[in-house]
Write a protein that binds this ligand. Structure first.
Ligand code: ATP
Ligand code: MG
Length: 486
């Protein structure tokens, strides 16, 4: 197998491969193939060879797409870094891998140079390199193609190694559930450094269909809605908060065949809204370690059972286990996944790999159950991270900051349901500080979306019999107090 674009140049040379919604520019597969060939030569002349790791710190723009396919063409493992990371977060991730080079888009080049462990090239000056003759790899399916970092909800982000087989199997399985038409145009407002944003780029090339890249600077619902209409999008991948903002902004185009929502639970109210408005919502469960979707509901399934994320995709098995024992249908336990999209493992982390692979597959760390018809319910994390507006907030990080306030003795941070953001961060605090002081203290110490939106002060934290903080009781106290602000 070679990179997907090298097949499409023969199969569908005149079909549109990429549309950049921001500039309006378009590339056919013949155009994209030429650009990829040229870029692959540049990478080769930098000394990159099959199996080398190439980091990229860039916006999800056409240049990023070319780099994805060029790396694939010469067998280089692409590692897209999150452009929103702080300098220390980025440094930490760069040091965890073995980069042969790091390519950075213009706004990110300075930061890349500060943290790099390998030569840094700016995406634009890559053009100045001489084009070299290179050898396109006849690639084995089980060689790594990309490494992506998880979102870091339950701790430090982990580097997930994905092979050609993982990406190809995921594209095929997704197509069985969603269907593919030669006229498809998949609108992608998610970042390419997350699996959900990279998937439409890779899959469209595998299908020979078109990916429409959204604008760069963050999600703007009005603009996304206008793009969806103008480009006659047939599919879109979003997190639930984005969908709810899109629906606030107006009606989605009739051209849409599927609206894939995942990364966080899709609340039943949002699904009911979609039913009323005729939106073809496909609630989805997936993760970086499984190259994205592993279960997806069709709209009629979602409308009938809004609590479920659908049945597993083709060739994928999802079970709930307790210890290593599969549980009977309907009983909640840890969800485990097996199938061809499951990663080889985390990079350079034998201990974690030992822990997360068991006899029934990959241990997701998610709590859920499997219904008699095979559909999956995801009940939450086994640990208790908060997902607000599609962003993951780890309670421990917020709690650490709050506890550093001189007049806060202790605190517990939990998420409460929020109609706009999915969940909002809330804190129960013990100490002399007032709620307002605690909120003010977060300014400059935590990203805005991590600030507790509700803070209540109490004499003590409720605890379980074994002395750990009773998170359920904390939630109850906070939801009562937020309805009745002091
Ligand atoms: P980390 O693994 O570093 O803690 P993360 O798990 O948030 O971060 P991702 O791979 O981006 O990193 O997210 C996958 C997770 O998102 C799943 O394991 C699950 O907890 C959550 N998730 C995805 N889809 C759904 C869904 N439909 N309902 C509930 N949770 C979901
Ligand atoms: Mg995870």
């Amino acid at each position: 197998m070679r990179d997907p674009v090298s097949y499409q140049r023969h199969a569908v040379p005149d079909s549109t491969a990429v549309i950049d919604a921001e500039s309006g520019n378009k590339w056919t597969y013949a155009d994209l193939d030429r650009a990829v060939e040229w870029r692959a030569g540049r990478l080769w002349s930098l000394g990159l060879r099959p199996g080398d790791q190439l980091g990229v710190l860039a916006d999800t723009a056409p240049e990023f797409v070319r780099l994805v396919h060029a790396a694939w063409r010469i067998g280089v493992v692409l590692i897209p870094f999150n452009t929103r990371l702080s300098e220390s977060g980025l440094r930490e991730q760069v040091q965890r891998v073995d980069l042969a080079a790091l390519v950075a888009g213009e706004p990110h080049a300075k930061r890349a140079r500060t943290v790099a462990t390998a030569p840094v090239r700016s995406l634009s000056t890559l053009d100045d390199e001489p084009v070299a003759e290179f050898v396109a790899e006849e690639q084995l399916l089980d060689r790594p193609r990309t490494m992506l970092f998880t979102s870091g909800t339950t701790g430090e982000p982990k580097a997930v190694v994905l092979t050609g087989r993982n990406l190809l199997s995921s594209a095929v399985a997704s197509a069985f559930r969603l269907g593919v038409l030669p006229t498809d145009r998949w609108y992608d407002p998610l970042a390419g450094y997350h699996m959900g944003g990279l998937a439409p780029i890779v899959r469209s090339a595998i299908y020979g269909t078109c990916v429409v890249l959204a604008g760069r600077g963050g999600f703007d619902a009005e603009r996304a809605l206008a793009d969806l209409h103008e480009r006659d999008a047939t599919g879109v991948s979003v997190v639930p908060t984005m969908l709810s903002r899109l629906l606030d902004s107006g009606d989605l185009p009739e051209s849409l065949r599927f609206v894939l929502t995942g990364g966080a639970p899709t609340r039943p109210e949002l699904i009911a809204r979609c039913e009323r408005r005729g939106v073809p919502i496909h609630p989805t469960y997936g993760m970086t370690e499984t190259a994205s979707q592993v279960a997806t509901a069709r709209p009629e399934e979602a409308f009938a059972n809004p609590e479920r994320a659908g049945r597993p995709l083709a060739c994928t098995r999802i079970r709930a286990i307790d210890g290593n024992e599969p549980l009977p249908t309907g009983e909640p336990g840890e969800l485990v996944v097996s199938g061809p999209t499951v990663m080889q493992g985390y990079h350079d982390d034998p201990e974690t790999n030992e822990r997360v692979f068991g006899p029934h597959g990959f241990h997701t760390g998610d709590l859920g159950s499997v219904d008699p018809d095979g559909s999956v319910r995801v009940l939450g994390r086994i640990d208790d991270a908060i997902i607000t507006g599609g962003e993951n907030v780890h309670p421990a990080e917020v709690a650490r900051v709050l506890r550093s306030h001189p007049r806060v003795e202790d605190c517990a941070v939990v998420g409460l349901p929020d109609p706009e953001w999915g969940e909002r961060v809330c804190a129960l605090v013990v100490g002399e500080a007032s709620a307002a002081e605690v909120q003010e203290f977060c300014e400059g110490r935590l990203a805005e979306y991590k600030h507790p939106k509700t803070v209540a002060v109490s004499d003590e934290l409720p605890r379980t019999a074994s002395g750990t903080v009773d998170r359920g009781a904390v939630r109850e106290i906070l939801s009562e107090r937020s309805e009745r602000p002091e």
